[in-house]
Design a protein around this ligand. Structure first.
Ligand SMILES: NC(=O)c1ccc[n+]([C@@H]2O[C@H](COP(=O)([O-])OP(=O)(O)OC[C@H]3O[C@@H](n4cnc5c(N)ncnc54)[C@H](O)[C@@H]3O)[C@@H](O)[C@H]2O)c1
Length: 268
């Protein structure tokens, strides 16, 4: 099932196997990355490198040092992305994860979703137990006092935006930049629930950014059945039990409907 060029249609067997395991699971943990929102029109970092902002390398802009050196460019880039996230809609992959959580809740099971995405689309699709490992681009905070605000769905009036909390201070997006610590509560939850899950899904992530890239190994070493959903191979592909090669918006609804019955992918 680890064939690197195949698609979901070539691997009905892997899909059935994964669905059987999912249908029996009492606890499911999911980690998602930028690929989960790609079909909502939000570019992954790789896509960003081919866009209007292609001359801006996220690895260089998403740092406290970049904000200190050039707050105008950094806040303009983040505000452009913030407005894109607000305009986007959840896709069928987001919907399938919300449905999966509901199925587990209906039978007294447990579900936890750890996302590296900052777009809030999982919550808008109905997912409830969501941990934002990298914060949210929809919230901004005072870079000096830490007070958090949710700006209106229009661009800021000035760049860099001034903080309303302290004269002379600036607002920054409430996201985790390279070199910054991840939210403690989310990490604590991950270390607690991942070793207990029966099925672990890694979805639309390049599996290169730690610690999220390591969750699949924690789950696997503790005996969970592991599934990757990604359109391309990643470093995790060879370490999981089943690779479902295809887009998140296509594969996840199929998987959840195979596991729990008709309705999710509209195909009965
Ligand atoms: N939507 C967002 O919030 C967003 C967008 C861009 C970047 N980021 C940030 O980028 C960092 C990069 O890590 P990452 O692993 O999340 O993203 P990444 O951009 O490094 O990798 C995206 C992964 O998704 C896969 N993919 C792309 N489209 C897909 C689709 N339709 N279906 C299935 N798979 C698909 C790619 O093959 C790749 O493996 C994260 O820290 C995240 O915070 C977030």
């Amino acid at each position: 099932m680890n064939d690197e060029s195949s698609t979901i249609e070539d691997h009905v067997e892997g899909l059935e196997h994964a669905a059987r395991r999912l249908s029996r699971a009492a606890c499911v943990v999911v980690v998602t990355g930028a690929g989960a929102s790609a079909e909502s029109g939000i570019p992954t970092f790789r896509d960003t490198m081919q866009s209007l902002w292609k001359e801006f390398d996220p690895q260089k802009l998403a740092t406290p040092e970049a904000f200190d050196a050039n707050p105008e460019v950094v806040t303009r880039w983040y505000d452009h992305r913030r407005l894109g996230c607000l305009a986007a809609q959840p896709n069928p992959g987001h919907g399938a994860l919300a449905t999966l959580e509901q199925h587990l809740a209906d039978r007294g099971g447990e579900f936890a979703l750890f996302t590296q995405n900052v777009d809030r689309l999982h919550q808008r699709a109905g997912s409830r137990r969501v941990y934002e490992l990298h914060g949210s681009i929809l919230e901004w905070r005072c870079a000096s006092t830490g007070h958090v605000i949710t700006p209106p769905p229009t661009p800021f009036e000035a760049f860099p935006p001034p903080s309303p909390f302290q004269p002379g201070a600036l607002l920054r997006p409430n996201v985790v930049w390279f070199g910054e610590a991840l939210p403690e509560e989310a990490l604590r939850a991950a270390w607690e629930v991942t070793p207990r899950c029966d099925v672990f899904l890694t979805v639309g992530t390049s599996s290169q950014v730690y610690p999220a890239a390591g969750f699949v190994d924690i789950a696997s070493q503790a005996g969970a059945f592991t599934i990757e959903v990604n359109k391309d191979p990643t470093p995790a592909s060879r370490r999981v039990d089943v690779v479902l090669r295809g887009t998140v918006g296509r594969v996840l609804p199929l998987l959840v409907s195979r596991a729990f019955g008709p309705g999710v992918d509209g195909q009965g």
